[in-house]
Design a protein around this ligand. Structure first.
Ligand SMILES: Cc1cc2nc3c(=O)[nH]c(=O)nc-3n(C[C@H](O)[C@H](O)[C@H](O)COP(=O)(O)OP(=O)(O)OC[C@H]3O[C@@H](n4cnc5c(N)ncnc54)[C@H](O)[C@@H]3O)c2cc1C
Length: 284
């Protein structure tokens, strides 16, 4: 079978999934599905298609054992509209191919991101790269939003006048803020999309890019549901231990086994450190 088509993916082709106040993610095209992953994995020993259960087991095996190349056989192309500060984080993922709207060629649209009131929060005290969980007082949030709006309107008005006065667009744009929306076509294979999602669905990633990652993952699930389920179980839902932690864990479990035999098993507190780590695993 050469060309893989999935009805669920066909149904979302060209549909804009809204993200943030004015952004979106849209699946432009896809090549390959779960089927392509198993076909390409089996090519080495000329084995044909098996049952869905066997395919799922093979995908699980490949994913858990970092046999990544079959996942690179699935390609997704997205059209994304996103604020420039999100684009700056996104562009760090070098394994995709992209083409962005040119602010030298086109006049930039008057589209800026303003966070919803509930997304405005103070600087986190314990995470230098993040915000607090508690939202701001609504009156203060509205004042900040009005300030963003005013600054964006001023910046765009100066930009428009400069363009109207004939200044080159590549220069007129340089005072536009990071909240301005840009657009690009972004093409990536499934293996590298999983790497992107692993990093950007994480709680440590900024909320705005996390929302885009969630939209991408939702679409990827339509294209390759078994692969996405396996990724969710083994990578997103997994926890990694260092060699030191693993040795400690083994040691404590051995002691626990020995103590259990004498009826004096360890208190739950003894495994607190590991429980903490397990609890810190991502909840999706
Ligand atoms: C929560 C968070 C906070 C971050 N904070 C910062 C920050 O403060 N400052 C900052 O600068 N960045 C920051 N980053 C970006 C981060 O350091 C990575 O650049 C980004 O996540 C892309 O990861 P990557 O290189 O693994 O991905 P990709 O570019 O997709 O690469 C995937 C893998 O391919 C290999 N690879 C790809 N291209 C090359 C290459 N040219 N040379 C060698 N190997 C290559 C690497 O093994 C890499 O892991 C942050 C990222 C996250 C998720």
């Amino acid at each position: 079978m050469a060309h893989c088509v999935v009805p669920e993916a066909e149904a979302v082709l060209d549909r804009e999934f809204p993200v943030l106040d004015k952004g979106f993610v849209r699946l432009v095209d896809y090549m390959g599905t779960d089927e392509r992953v198993v076909q390409s994995a089996r090519v080495s020993y000329g084995d044909g298609t098996k049952s869905v259960r066997q395919d799922a087991a093979l995908i699980d095996y490949l994913l858990r054992n970092s046999h990544t190349s079959p996942f690179e056989q699935v390609i997704l192309t997205f059209h994304v509209k996103l604020p420039i500060f999100v684009a700056r984080q996104w562009i760090r993922h070098r394994t995709a191919r992209l083409n962005e709207i040119s602010g030298r060629y086109s006049v930039m649209k008057d589209d800026f991101y303003i966070p919803a009131p509930e997304d405005l929060a103070l600087q986190s005290a314990d995470n230098k790269q993040g915000r607090r969980c508690e939202a701001l007082d609504p009156a203060l949030a509205e004042k900040i939003r009005a300030g963003f709006d005013e600054g964006q309107k001023n910046a765009y008005s100066v930009y428009s006048s400069l363009v109207d006065d004939g200044l080159a667009r590549e220069l007129a744009r340089i005072n536009l803020p990071l909240s301005l929306y840009t657009e690009w076509y972004w093409q990536i294979d499934l293996h590298n999309l999983f790497h992107f999602l692993d990093l950007r669905l994480d709680d440590h990633a900024q909320k705005e890019i996390r929302l885009y990652a969630q939209a991408l993952f939702g679409i990827a699930k339509k294209v390759a549901p078994l692969c996405c389920e396996s990724f969710q179980r083994h990578i997103l839902g997994g926890v990694r231990f260092s060699g030191e932690e693993l040795a400690e864990l083994r040691n404590r479990l051995d002691k626990n086994d020995a103590a259990a035999n004498t009826g004096s098993g360890l208190e739950g507190k003894a495994l607190e450190r590991f429980e903490e780590k397990i609890k810190s695993g991502r909840q999706l």
